[in-house]
Write a protein that binds this ligand. Structure first.
Ligand code: SF4
Ligand code: SF4
Length: 164
């Protein structure tokens, strides 16, 4: 977003609110940066919406539409993570290949529920959400409360009961 009186756009989620602050989210500079960030994210995302359980309620789809970016954008070379899918929980599936690293699942598990079963591990391209020792969720301290699934904006954490 852009703040009146400053030259450089900032991230809305980290900029502190100040008295009299005037904010624009639709400015040309901010939109260009937001589109580029989305295209970079999509360069490592499988985009298999046709078979994805989150399709239709996915925030990545919604944001792409809002910013006028094609999900199958070819601006950056595609490099996919190809990580194993964890179906060990009786209730949900964790597909780290579709994760956008927003951290919502970690926040709910650690900060809201005080359990800390999942967290970020590794760096750079290899960064991912996982359990201590990369244990499958079904064999970890996970209690299958599914609060993480409820907050995941994409198809990285989805309920099995929605499977078709
Ligand atoms: S997470 Fe969203 S964008 Fe990615 S494949 Fe699923 S529906 Fe499509
Ligand atoms: S909430 Fe979903 S997209 Fe966000 S970090 Fe967790 S698994 Fe990844």
């Amino acid at each position: 977003m852009e703040i009146e009186g400053t030259d450089t756009p900032v991230t809305a989620c980290t900029a502190p609110v100040a008295e009299g602050m005037v904010v624009h989210t639709g400015g040309a500079k901010a939109l260009r940066l937001a589109r580029s960030a989305l295209e970079l994210l999509l360069a490592s995302h499988p985009v298999d919406c046709a078979s994805c359980l989150k399709s239709g309620s996915c925030e990545l789809q919604r944001i792409a539409k809002h910013l006028g970016v094609k999900l199958k954008t070819k601006r950056f070379a595609k490099i996919l993570p190809e990580l194993p899918i964890d179906s060990s929980s009786p209730l949900f599936i964790h597909d780290p290949n579709k994760c956008v690293l927003c951290g919502r699942c970690i926040w709910v598990c650690q900060d809201k529920l005080g359990r800390g079963v999942i967290g970020f591990a590794y760096r750079g391209f290899h960064r991912m959400v996982t359990t201590f020792g990369d244990e499958p969720l079904g064999g970890s301290r996970c209690q299958d409360c599914s609060e993480c699934v409820a907050v995941c904006p994409v198809g990285a954490l989805v309920f099995k009961s929605t499977a078709h």
